[in-house]
Ligand binder design. Structure first.
Ligand code: FNR
Length: 382
């Protein structure tokens, strides 16, 4: 990196990751506050940013904050736990590391450290197609930790189906236990250029389709190879036929599309607006949860976008999610203290979750239902 590129977003020299957890870190927001010192300025803006005005990004947080939680005092909490079964996995708790590209932007060991941190506290980890270490090396790093959480692979469709299939086969051979097909990010604007030393380690030899735009260009998005190659129902049918692994679809899936996906053989859904990084002005996927849960009572449902506190996890579960995914906070913790930071972050969030469950009188995740929620100004029902 050049000298200018090694400044952080505060214009100060980059700080290396700590070998121990800073003593004043007690929640995800503390990791974010520290992380700005450890991440190069352009990478920081890329990680933190949302599309256009950032309405979707801000809305993801606001959607959690509009709910109140109603405690249920004097409940019997004996024998309580946070275990849950999901797609054949026995989860110790419902926190998973979302697929996040290019984790070397936050720490030289990138995904290798992040997966180890997640596995050490039995959290699931979803490796991105755009990982900055090869998917095989990530699986290898995960395998060193006994009793870790599930390891899944997030698949982005490639310009040629043969290239997509080759990625899928690599993930199967490396031992990933589910495929998460992300459908919402093939067309998005990004001016971010990867710094030297960070690359799409799984995609050697594949030339990505990119949106370019300059005045006088007759086709900008529509009618270009980029738009023509966007994921379709037809591609979902093709993908479903290619693998016996559980297949999840990640993106904006309102009840009609969610039902159609399941009818076509999809095993689970990740309701997401990509952390506010695609279309600006979208609602939070939290808003989809109860409708999709009603339409699909037994389909594994995950949600992400703005999950920062254990109380957010409770709210998502109360609205019908089986588990949640965490995005940006992983990079913050990774930048501050590597694998240790990631494990600590997830431990803090699990602790917050259990504290909230205990206050709410819920001994198990199954007891976290819509009755724990109320709206400001509306009398709680419990
Ligand atoms: C992402 N996300 C993402 N999703 C995906 O399916 N594949 C990917 O490669 C990436 N890459 C990526 C990079 C960065 C820097 C961010 C912040 C996000 C989206 C991610 O999986 C998740 O949907 C959101 O990050 C969730 O929102 P929060 O927790 O970041 O608010």
């Amino acid at each position: 990196m050049t000298a200018a590129a090694s400044a952080n977003a505060l214009g100060q020299p980059l700080r290396p990751p700590h070998a121990r957890i800073p003593p004043d870190v007690a929640c995800a927001a503390d990791y974010e506050r520290h992380a700005i010192h450890h991440i190069e300025a352009m990478a920081w803006h890329h990680i933190q940013g949302g599309t256009d005005q950032g309405l979707t990004l801000a809305g993801n947080r606001a959607a959690f904050d509009q709910w109140h939680l109603s405690p249920r005092p004097l409940a019997d909490l004996r024998g309580g736990h946070t275990r849950r079964s999901l797609l054949g996995h026995a989860l110790a708790h419902p926190l998973m590391a979302a697929p996040v590209a290019y984790q070397r932007l936050a720490h030289p060991a990138g995904e290798l450290a992040c997966v180890q941190g997640a596995m050490a506290v039995q959290a699931g980890f979803i490796a991105s197609t755009l990982s900055s270490h090869p998917l095989e090396a990530i699986a290898d790093a995960a395998s060193g930790i006994a009793d870790g959480g599930p390891l899944w692979f997030q698949l982005y469709s490639q310009p040629e189906r043969a290239q997509t299939l080759a990625l899928l086969r690599r993930a199967e051979s490396a031992g990933y236990s589910a495929i998460v097909w992300t459908i919402d990010a093939s067309i998005k604007r990004s001016g971010f250029a990867l710094p030297p030393g960070v690359e799409a380690a799984n995609l050697h030899g594949i030339v990505p389709l990119r949106q370019t735009s300059h005045a006088g260009q007759s086709r900008i998005v529509l009618g270009t190879p980029l738009a023509d190659a966007a994921p379709t129902w037809d591609e979902l049918d093709w993908l479903r036929a290619q693998t016996r692994l559980p297949l999840l679809v990640k993106g904006w899936l309102p009840p009609p599309q969610a039902r159609m996906a399941v009818e076509r053989g999809v095993d689970g859904l990740v309701l997401s607006n990509h952390g506010g990084r695609v279309l600006d002005g979208m609602p939070s996927p939290l808003m989809l949860l109860s409708g999709v849960r009603e339409a699909l009572p037994s389909t594994p449902l995950l949600v992400d976008g703005g999950v920062r506190w254990g109380t957010d996890v409770v709210k998502a579960l109360a609205l019908g999610a089986d588990a949640v995914m965490i995005g940006r906070p992983l990079l913050h913790a990774l930048a501050v203290a590597g694998a240790l930071g990631v494990a600590h972050l997830l431990h803090l969030m699990r602790t917050e979750l259990e504290l909230a469950m205990a206050q709410l009188g819920c001994a198990t995740l199954d007891q976290v239902g819509p009755d724990v929620l109320s709206r400001p100004g509306v009398w709680p029902t419990r």
